[in-house]
Design a protein around this ligand. Structure first.
Ligand code: UD1
Length: 428
């Protein structure tokens, strides 16, 4: 099993190109199921989760052509002109929850689909009830049997008013895709407003969908009988951007993040500036460095977009662990999303958890320790902590990192980080 060793204390200096967004690319790939024509996606990152979605689409009968090269150019092309299966099996869904995004498109295009229930997840129970009740409102018949969601729409999906009781990114995406091919008009109320939703909407519109309101909390979709192929470029990854902003800040470095979209990160940047991070948008992306000396403890609460993203919470906690003063970090989106706390504590962080809030008392210097990645964002928070720590940190279970951060060691090493991967077994 791979592990990563990082020797801390080097201020990161240089330029990092921001990759395409994983969370935007996954639903866009699922949208290829909606048409028999080819969907070409540019700027798709090379990541384990993208490979898992390719595996799933391949299993359903989608032909995939990978023309990507390591500099980020080249497209991934999907042709769903002869689908051979409508089953998303447990083995793939268990690896990646976003597999559930094939449910809406399959049901809309073919009238039936079977998707394994995602089951337990390291960051809480993460149900799919909003996806299912939305599809039921559109006329789908859904049965849960043998660990599978078995959905049928023998007479096709019908437009409906869907009021989400909670904001859900995945449910909004599934319903947008299903409604694009349904008969009549669908209104999604209390829809998610994330940039990834807007990216999916833009792609669906270029495929011929009639959709309005993405980016607001009401999305209206008038179903059309069929969609066409298109070419679409995936937005830059705002979570990767936020992570590298914090890498510059925690290491007291100076980075240029090429291709970053500051407009996707207004709230996190507001908080980071308050903490003492200088973030200067420029024509190529943005420059980031510490404004003047040590960072200051700052409170945050995670919220759906445009609030502070839960996917940046663990990284912010690592940053605050080295700030002057205390900060209160409250997680409102997922239960059990403080699994990085014991690991950061092993590195000398002073963190006390009270329910959904963590009180972080900043320390002058963290200390290296062997640590274990528990989920994607938790693992990168340990990388950030290690960049600032005294000594060599050994990070185990880095496969979590590979799900969401493209060539992270290379990107950090180019900017001076002392970071290396080894293929040893953790038991050795
Ligand atoms: C997406 C992102 C993930 C991010 C999350 C929140 C992808 C591939 N993943 O996940 O990185 O952390 O948004 O920004 O884009 N919920 C229900 N019922 C449902 C669906 C969700 O109760 O049917 C709850 C969840 O348990 C959670 C909250 O709603 O508490 C938000 O989840 P959701 O927005 O659906 O997250 P994902 O789409 O899974």
């Amino acid at each position: 099993m791979d592990k990563i060793k990082i020797t801390g204390g080097v201020p990161l200096k240089g330029t990092i190109r921001i990759s395409g967004s994983k969370n935007a690319a996954l639903p866009l790939m699922a949208a290829s199921l909606l048409t028999s024509e080819t969907l070409r996606l540019d700027n798709v990152p090379q990541l384990a989760d993208i490979r898992t979605m390719c595996e799933l689409l391949d299993l359903l009968g989608v032909s995939i052509e990978d023309n990507r090269v390591s500099d980020g150019s080249g497209d991934l092309a999907f042709a769903a002109n002869s689908l051979t299966s409508t089953v998303a099996p447990y083995d793939l869904v268990r690896k990646m929850r976003a597999s559930v995004l094939v449910l809406g498109p399959l049901l809309a295009r073919l009238g039936h689909a079977e998707v394994s229930l995602p089951g337990g997840c390291a960051i809480g129970t993460r149900p799919v009830d909003l996806h299912l009740s939305g599809l039921e409102a559109m006329g789908a018949e859904i049965e849960l049997a043998e660990g599978y969601i078995k959905a049928r729409a023998p007479k096709g999906l019908k437009g409906a008013e869907v009021l989400f009781s909670n904001v859900s990114v995945g449910a909004t995406e599934n319903l947008m895709m299903a409604a694009a091919l349904a008969e009549g008009e669908t209104r999604l109320v209390n829809a998610a407003r994330e940039p990834e939703i807007v990216d999916l909407a833009n792609c669906l519109v270029s495929m011929g969908a009639q959709l309005e309101g993405a980016g607001s909390d009401v999305i209206t979709i008038k179903g059309v009988p069929s969609l066409n192929g298109a070419r679409h470029s995936v937005i830059p990854d705002r979570i990767e951007t936020g992570t590298f902003v914090m890498a510059a800040a925690i290491s007291d470095g100076d980075l240029q993040l090429e291709g970053a979209r500051p407009d996707h990160l207004e709230k996190p940047f507001q908080v980071l500036r308050q903490a003492g991070v200088a973030i200067e948008p420029n024509d190529k992306g943005l420059r980031v460095y510490r404004a003047n000396g040590p960072l200051q403890g700052t409170d945050i609460m995670t919220e759906a977009f445009p609030g502070f993203a839960t996917d940046l919470q663990a990284q912010f906690m690592a940053l605050m662990a080295t700030a002057e003063g205390a900060s209160m970090i409250t997680e409102t989106i997922f239960e059990n999303r403080f699994m990085h706390v014991p690991e950061l504590t092993r590195m000398g962080a002073d963190i006390t958890v009270h329910g959904a809030s963590a009180l972080v008392r900043g320390q002058k210097r963290l200390k290296a320790a062997p640590v274990m990645a528990t989920d994607l964002r938790a693992s990168v928070s340990l990388v950030l902590a290690a960049l600032a720590a005294e000594g060599e940190t050994e990070l185990n279970r880095v496969y979590h990192l590979d799900r969401g951060y493209e060539r992270i060691e290379e990107k950090l090493a180019t900017c001076g980080a002392s970071i290396a991967r080894s293929k040893e077994d953790i038991s050795s």
